[in-house]
Design a protein. Structure first.
Length: 152
């Protein structure tokens, strides 16, 4: 049986099917394997670069390129590690049954949102930072009158 919910942000959606959960689990597990390889590769690259330049020889341009490369490796490794942690968190939420619930307000996170962004932990209302947006106010100010072009 499919349950529906009323959410002021998004139209009511069906609860995620078992097939969708299984596909998301497979996607998250594959992404976790890829990210673990990325983190390990970045660490190996940092070690390789350090071994290459441990003697301190080289001109300023070599040293600058080395430092730039180390910075890129560190940034890549940090980003991959952050995504890895988020994927593992999402996988844990799938396992404990809380995957479709917003971690902030407890409402259901839309199925379409989770299919598009499997690491999402917040519903759209909480992601946007609060209550649903109010209806746009009609601007009651009058537009300035167009000024005729002046010729010289």
């Amino acid at each position: 049986m499919t349950t529906r919910r009323a959410d002021p942000i998004a139209p009511a959606e069906a609860v995620m099917t078992d097939a969708e959960r299984s596909a998301l689990r497979d996607h998250l597990e594959a992404d976790i394997r890829r990210l673990r390889r990325t983190v390990a590769g970045a660490a190996a690259e940092q070690e390789r670069r350090a071994r290459e330049h441990e003697d301190g020889r080289g001109d300023e341009s070599d040293i600058s390129a080395y430092r730039s490369g180390i910075g890129q490796d560190v940034s890549l490794a940090e980003h991959a590690a952050m995504l890895l942690a988020r994927n593992e968190h999402a996988l844990g939420r799938l396992a404990d049954g809380s995957y479709e619930q917003c971690e902030s307000c407890g409402r259901q996170i839309g199925t379409q949102r989770l299919l598009a962004l499997p690491r999402a932990t917040l519903c759209m209302g909480c992601q946007r930072g609060g209550d649903p947006p109010a209806k746009p106010r009609r601007d009651t100010r009058r537009a300035p009158k167009a000024q005729p072009l002046r010729t010289v």
